[in-house]
Write a protein that binds this ligand. Sequence first.
Ligand code: PRT
Ligand code: ZN
Length: 222
Amino acid sequence: MTRLKIAIQKSGRLADRSLSLLERSGLSFARSKDKLFWYGRNLPVDLLLVRDDDIPRLLLEGVCQLGIVGENVAMEKLLESRQRRPGAELESLLKLEFGDCRLMLAIPEDQVFTGVNMLAGKRLATSYPCLTRQYLERHGVEADIVTLNGAVEIAPSLGTADAIVDLVSTGTTLRANHLKAVDEVLSSQAALYRSPAALDDEAERLLAKLLTRIQGVQQAAE
Ligand code: PRT
Ligand code: ZN
């Protein structure tokens, strides 16, 4: 019997909204608090609870057929995987209207932003090296990218970077670190993605049914 697997974030900013969207779409799961795998009880659709960073790879490798993740993470991991497998694709089925944020270029608040080319030859700290590189290339600017997995916003005051590219929602974190956002690299929200792996007819029908239900829940919420 065909089953689909959906990957969602286990805990974090997207976890609750992702699960509640699926439950409101009529899915129910045999929950187990510390297990990564929740078995679908009323439909042959199971959940995999993982770190958000792992979701794009699970989709690209066909381990899961569907996944809910921020567009920022999906785009970054897709660009990264294209370095090994050119042509890799992830299909975005639906934007989910939560998890909104913007990936922004930020510089020390006492500096004047004169354009992206002021970054030429400078050092940029970010957790999104591929999106940052693409952004710099789009502007024809060459700069050093320093990849940090956390505490990106303190890099300028430590002297390890001249500017950063980081996620911003309220802007509080930037202000607390005497930085200001000056240009948008990517505007992001959570989205439902599907794996590029081919499905049989039964799985396609199940996926279509699920998508219709999710869209129904979204429209009802508008
Ligand atoms: O453990 P796991 O790897 O699964 O989680 P995580 O810690 O990597 O991610 P998590 O839960 O923090 O975020 C998941 C997703 O939420 C992100 O990939 C974004 O798509 C989305 N999102 C929305 C945000 C924010 N808003 C956000 N503000 N992700 C992170 N932030 C951080 C930002 O990095 C910065 O440190 O919040 C700080 C800025 O917030 P403000 O309000 O001060 O501007
Ligand atoms: Zn993460």
